[in-house]
Design a protein around this ligand. Structure first.
Ligand SMILES: [Zn+2]
Ligand SMILES: [Zn+2]
Length: 301
């Protein structure tokens, strides 16, 4: 992969030199056939640079109250946008399990029934993904009692969620200890999502593996530059995500991996080797009245 990266840099340099006319003295202004051949090769090489796109921050309409699009449709949208996979990270917090979907049934529902409901968006996406040839993995975006910070978690599976109820009551440090104990070393990763969005507070770096340094959601002011600085200062891993809730959020962030990922284990392995990864960033956010409003509202929260 490093070799491919270097080749790519080389291609950029040579193409740039051609564009600047650096070789005109050698081949003349019209361009030598060899020059044209090299240019074609350079274009092909750039296209063939390996890279697989994955969305790491995404919500479904079935599970997240703020999600507008159902899992199956989300999978179709990401496939059409050229992604190879998505990690479904629906909101996991006390309000969801006790109120949002269970205003009446909440008191009678067993934890397993609540998890069935929680997983319904992921399952919908998974089914559609199988048909479409899109990898769909399970993750979560957890918020702990008494805090408005959000954490993206990778490596959890259905069994873990069923066997360990009400993780939101643990707080970040105890949650980390719980994962360590139940899943083991290197079997999970915790990234703080948009730590500089108004209302959020950067967590103790000792409790984190990484930081979402690019959040592509166009309706929030995530102050990504501060998140990047925080990650660099504390030597934390970096990811990018779209924070998909609606159509306009599609493919605004994510990661480019050097190889295909089809399991959580592979995902964790690649995320551990940060240096091989590329972050997807989209320039500028679409003009959004909602962003303006939430931006103002965030300031008074
Ligand atoms: Zn949301
Ligand atoms: Zn989110």
């Amino acid at each position: 992969m490093n070799l491919m990266k270097n080749q790519d840099t080389l291609v950029e340099e040579y193409s740039g030199a051609f564009a600047r006319g650096a070789f005109n003295g050698v081949w003349g202004r019209a361009g030598h056939p060899e020059q044209r051949k090299f240019q074609r090769g350079a274009d092909m090489m750039r296209k063939s640079t390996p890279g697989y796109k994955y969305e790491l921050h995404l919500h479904t309409g079935e599970t997240s109250t703020c999600g507008r699009i159902k899992g199956a449709e989300v999978a179709g949208l990401y496939k059409a946008a050229g992604y190879d996979g998505i990690v479904v990270t629906d909101h996991y917090h006390r309000g969801y399990f006790e109120k949002n979907f269970y205003s009446r049934q909440a008191k009678q529902a067993t934890w397993s029934e609540k998890i069935d409901k929680y997983l319904s968006g992921y399952k919908g996406a998974l089914e559609a993904g199988k048909r479409l040839g899109l990898t769909v993995l399970l993750g979560m975006e957890i918020r702990f009692d008494g805090s408005s910070n959000d954490y993206l978690v990778y490596g959890v599976d259905e069994a873990f969620l069923r066997e360990n109820p009400e993780l939101y009551s643990l707080g970040l440090s105890n949650f980390r200890r719980c994962l360590q104990e139940k899943l083991g070393d290197g079997q999970f990763l915790i990234y703080q999502a948009h730590p500089f969005r108004p209302g959020a507070i950067p967590a103790n770096p000792a409790d984190l593996d990484g930081v979402e340094v690019y959040n592509g959601n166009p309706r929030h002011n995530s102050r990504n530059h501060l998140a990047l600085h925080f990650a660099q200062k504390n030597r934390l891993k970096q990811i990018s995500g779209s924070d998909f809730h609606r159509r306009v959020d599609l493919a605004r962030g994510g990661m480019i991996f050097p190889e295909k990922v089809t399991t959580n284990r592979q995902l964790l392995q690649l995320l551990q080797e940060q240096q091989q990864l590329e972050l997807i960033r989209t320039a500028g956010a679409p003009l959004s009245f909602l962003r303006l409003l939430t931006g103002i509202a965030d300031r008074f929260k």
